[in-house]
Design a protein. Structure first.
Lengths: 116, 111
């Protein structure tokens, strides 16, 4: 149980385009979803926390207008990187926590974004 | 001071060896602690939680020392498949769940 999927697993795009990443909890209801970013040889950095049906809470230094997060249902959250630039190239990972084990996050497989 | 600090390694050990990693955290109010494992270019996977005085799961033992604000992970009888990066993770408990990740300790187990 507690499976989280992400789509796409890898995306290459041109500078200036927008990219949408989906995060789905497959077998549980995710009351909270988290979006992380990881640069090579660095630790995961929390970007934002989203609760179903409400606005996401962004970490300091993360531009909410650039990284749009939507958590419209208990099984789906999306992250849209708007007007992507090469410096946005990174490994984006979502995680989800549910109703039962609220202190445990289950991670998706990640999306590797490369902006040319 | 970093919120969660780990020795990046790498730790190079032969198969069958016992290896230990330490991690320190800065927020004394932190309540829950975890060890995650991350393979190259993959997502982190929960290895074990550490809630009170420690936790053991097979070859893996995690200990918590609240007074000194560190947790440790001990791996006995290392396997080649244990080669990975081990992430120390702390829940900062700032009113809602917020996990802070260490940069990880890389382990290489050789034949």
């Amino acid at each position: 149980g507690a499976v989280v999927s992400q789509h796409p697993s890898r995306v290459i795009c041109k500078s200036g385009t927008s990219v949408k990443i989906e995060c789905r909890s497959l077998d549980f209801q995710a009351t909270t979803m988290f979006w992380y970013r990881q640069f090579p040889k660095k630790s995961l950095m929390l970007m934002a926390t989203s609760n179903e049906g409400s606005k996401a809470t962004y970490e300091q230094g993360v531009e909410k207008d650039k990284f749009l997060i939507n958590h419209a249902s208990l099984t789906l959250s999306t992250l849209t990187v708007t007007s992507a630039h090469p410096e946005d190239s990174s490994f984006y990972i979502c995680s989800a926590s549910g109703l039962v084990r609220t202190d445990t996050q289950y991670f998706g497989p990640g999306t590797r974004l490369t902006v040319l | 001071r970093k919120e969660v600090e780990q020795d990046p390694g790498p730790f190079n050990v032969p198969e069958g060896a016992t290896v230990a990693f330490n991690c320190t955290y800065s927020n004394s109010a932190s309540q829950s602690f975890f060890w995650y494992r991350q393979d190259c270019r993959k997502e982190p996977k929960l290895l074990m939680s550490v809630y009170s005085s420690g936790n053991e799961d097979g070859r893996f033992t995690a200990q918590l020392n609240r007074a000194s604000q560190y947790i440790s992970l001990l791996i006995r009888d290392s396997k080649l498949s244990d080669s990975a990066t081990y992430l120390c993770v702390v829940n900062m408990n700032t009113g809602f769940q917020k996990l802070v990740f260490g940069t990880g300790t890389r382990l290489l187990v050789s034949p």
